[in-house]
Design a protein around this ligand. Structure first.
Ligand SMILES: [Zn+2]
Length: 386
């Protein structure tokens, strides 16, 4: 695909609005030929099949199944399980249910891809507050920041795990990153716990996510933020403490949170932090501003990788997050369509000469993430003397 070198606009109108950033707004190349063709072909798919982009019956059935799975695991832990050999597996099952809620219900709803009715999206997005997150902050962190600027250092907060991990070649390297291919997998498990007790409160207190300033929640948003935390801490600790000793409640919380943390983190890393994904950097335009040389749609494909597209169990459980190329291009379309759309997108990429990267299996994707971590942890090779 060819791209012009003019820098006259931000992301095209179909792309998410560029997020406000410190020092201005990072713009993409204004060319939208690739995106227009992608949209034309996807529109043709929906016209031909007559399927609805949102409010898909299988999505409502899936939501009921996952919420029942969560409720069953929680109630069994609360009222039935008494021995370690039932408590430990049920805690893991609860952690997987939390991840499934995030992948399927909250993620689609947060992107307004669940329903045509705004209130349905709002209600379903609240499942994140139920799990200890914040639908308000997620909208900024994921929708506005990550989806506009994936893999751009200093912009995309999802590739920033703090000084303990180096996920991008443009991040500072410390000597201990040499071992990150081993220890980061364990640290991923603590990300959900950090999120529950620190991240949301810190982001609201400072009014920032990474390098981006965000408005603090006010009015209704503040009420939802506080109520969400009260409900989560009641479900996770308050109610169980009425029936069980503190060490058992803490143990179940730790196991479930660790499980959901590892699963959520790894699945998101497999889409962007693998050998096949690019980490482009802005260039300085003649007017002194920072610009991306790629257009928005091309950037999404270059920085994102699919995996396990033919695995029916993962396609169900991951809520389309193994089709992140399609998700990044069409985040307002319900994820149940992604397997079919992946064929359309791959075809258009081939025609435009754009690299479409996908791992056949989740093991291939995990191996690629491991190799990427090892590569990012190594000292940079010195250029040979002339
Ligand atoms: Zn998303």
């Amino acid at each position: 695909m060819t791209t012009s070198n003019t820098f006259t606009a931000t992301a095209p109108s179909s792309a998410p609005a560029a997020a406000p950033v410190l020092g201005g707004t990072l713009k993409f190349n204004s060319s939208d030929r690739f995106l227009r063709e992608l949209r034309r072909r996807v529109d043709a798919y929906f016209e031909k099949t007559g399927r609805a982009r949102r409010d898909c019956p299988q999505m409502y059935f899936k939501t009921a199944s996952i919420l029942a799975w969560f409720a069953a695991a929680y109630l069994l832990l609360l009222f039935v399980a008494t021995s370690w050999w039932t408590i430990i597996p049920l805690s893991l099952v609860l952690g997987l249910a939390i991840a499934a809620i995030g992948f399927n219900i909250q993620h689609d709803a947060g992107h307004k891809a669940y329903s045509e009715r705004p209130w349905v999206n709002k209600v379903m997005a609240l499942t994140l507050d139920l799990m200890g997150g914040s639908s308000y902050l997620w909208d900024w962190k994921h929708n506005s920041i990550h989806h506009t600027y994936p893999n751009i250092e200093g912009q995309d907060d999802d590739i920033n795990v703090g000084f303990l991990g180096r996920l991008s070649p443009h991040q500072k390297r410390y000597w201990f990153h040499r071992l990150q291919g081993v220890y980061l997998w364990v640290l991923y498990g603590f990300l959900a716990i950090k999120w529950h007790f620190f991240d949301d409160f810190y982001n609201v207190a400072v009014g920032r996510i990474g390098g981006h300033t965000i408005p603090r929640p006010k009015g209704k948003d503040l009420v939802v933020f506080i109520a969400g935390k009260v409900v989560f801490f009641s479900i996770a600790f308050g109610i169980p403490l009425l029936l069980h000793p503190w060490w058992a409640v803490l143990g179940v919380y730790a196991l479930a949170a660790f499980t959901s943390g590892v699963v959520l983190s790894v699945v998101f890393q497999l889409a962007h932090c693998v050998e096949e994904a690019d980490f482009p950097v802005p260039v300085i335009a003649p007017d002194g501003s920072q610009r991306m040389t790629s257009d928005w749609a091309l950037h999404q494909v270059q920085t994102t990788v699919d995996f396990a597209p033919r695995n029916p169990v993962l396609c169900w459980f991951l809520g389309g997050l193994n089709f992140q190329i399609e998700h990044h291009l069409f985040h307002r379309i319900c994820h149940v369509h992604y397997p079919a759309l992946s064929q359309v997108v791959e075809e258009v990429c081939r025609e435009f000469g754009v690299k479409y990267a996908a791992h056949r299996s989740i093991f291939g994707a995990i191996a690629s993430h491991f190799r990427w971590l090892v590569q990012m942890g190594r000292p940079p090779k010195l250029a040979p003397c002339p």
